[in-house]
Design a protein around this ligand. Structure first.
Ligand SMILES: Nc1nc2c(ncn2[C@@H]2O[C@H](COP(=O)(O)OP(=O)(O)OP(=O)(O)O)[C@@H](O)[C@H]2O)c(=O)[nH]1
Length: 278
């Protein structure tokens, strides 16, 4: 998410974060001008900018940053009023600096945690916890760039359950969901940590395997077919998967082209299976 999009999406009552941030900057500039006109040390007051901006981004109610500005202004005026007394000024500035820095750290950490949670939601499939199509395409993009730079080979496997609709229709969507989760676990358990397993949608899954040749893929497909069948039978699902693969010795034009090529191979397997069962 671009920072400007994120900023404009933060709800702050009737105001947008952008408005409150602009307000906080105006107030801080005002405080700095007060400092310059009444020659005190402005270095500490600049510290207020960060916590106030952090509050402005983070808190859902607009009165909180406004209250922060009011407290900062009162403290500032008090500091100016007492500036003859060096010790008092030092204490007020010290307390404000510590409080504002602590607030900035706490709020920034919460902000970062929310951002990570949002980014994770955008990249993963809620049911299986695997990467979703969007993230998988960016993983393929990265592999394409790596291959163009360093050469080598990588492969993509496309996996699609057979007659999954029938399972949903006869045993219900909950059973269907369980079968999808089981498939996700089986794929992860039987691939390398360096491979990337993703759910592209519905009963379609895919695996990106770096440094994996055609021959390796044939072995992986055989092994996965056995493990999927074993896992499904052990949970009482009579369901299998069609698996197609492509090994790319030369970088394909795009991530979508790579996925489509693997998909075509998977459909060939599916069609062959259907015609053999007719
Ligand atoms: N339980 C469950 N079902 C889903 C989910 N997403 C998609 N589906 C169902 O998956 C089914 C996919 O149907 P199809 O694409 O015809 O696949 P299929 O029945 O396996 O048919 P073939 O691929 O031709 O063997 C549909 O019934 C969708 O409703 C999900 O998250 N959970």
């Amino acid at each position: 998410m671009r920072f400007s999009h994120f900023l404009s999406s933060v709800p702050l009552g009737r105001f947008r974060a952008r408005t409150v941030l602009a307000l906080s900057i105006v107030v801080m500039l005002g405080l700095c001008i007060v400092d310059i006109v009444t020659p005190t040390d402005i270095r500490l007051h600049v510290l207020y900018v960060f916590p106030l901006a952090a509050i402005a981004y983070h808190c859902p109610q607009v009165w909180m940053p406004v209250l922060g500005f009011v407290v900062a202004i009162i403290a500032q005026l008090l500091t100016v009023y007492l500036q003859q007394n060096f010790k008092t000024v030092f204490i007020i500035d010290g307390v404000l600096a510590v409080a504002s820095s602590t607030l900035a750290v706490v709020l920034s950490r919460r902000l970062r945690a929310s951002y990570i949670a949002i980014a994770q939601l955008a990249d993963t499939d809620a049911l299986t916890g695997l990467y979703n199509r969007r993230r998988f395409q960016s993983v393929i993009d990265a592999e394409l760039r790596r291959q163009v730079r360093y050469g080598g080979v990588f492969s993509i496997l496309a996996i699609d359950l057979n007659d999954f609709k029938r399972l949903n229709d006869t045993e219900g969507h909950h059973a269907g969901d369980q079968a999808l989760v089981l498939l996700a676990r089986t794929l992860q358990a039987n691939t390398r940590k360096t491979d990337c397993v993703a759910r592209l949608g519905g009963d379609e899954f895919a695996i990106l395997m770096p440094q994996t040749t055609d021959e390796n893929c044939a072995q992986v497909r055989k092994q996965l077919s056995i493990e999927i069948e074993r896992a499904m039978i052990s949970e009482g699902f009579s369901i299998s998967a069609s698996i197609g693969y492509v090994a790319f010795k030369v970088a394909p034009g795009s991530a979508s082209a790579a996925l489509q090529a693997a998909d075509r191979e998977m459909y060939k397997v599916k069609v062959a299976r259907k015609s053999s069962t007719i």
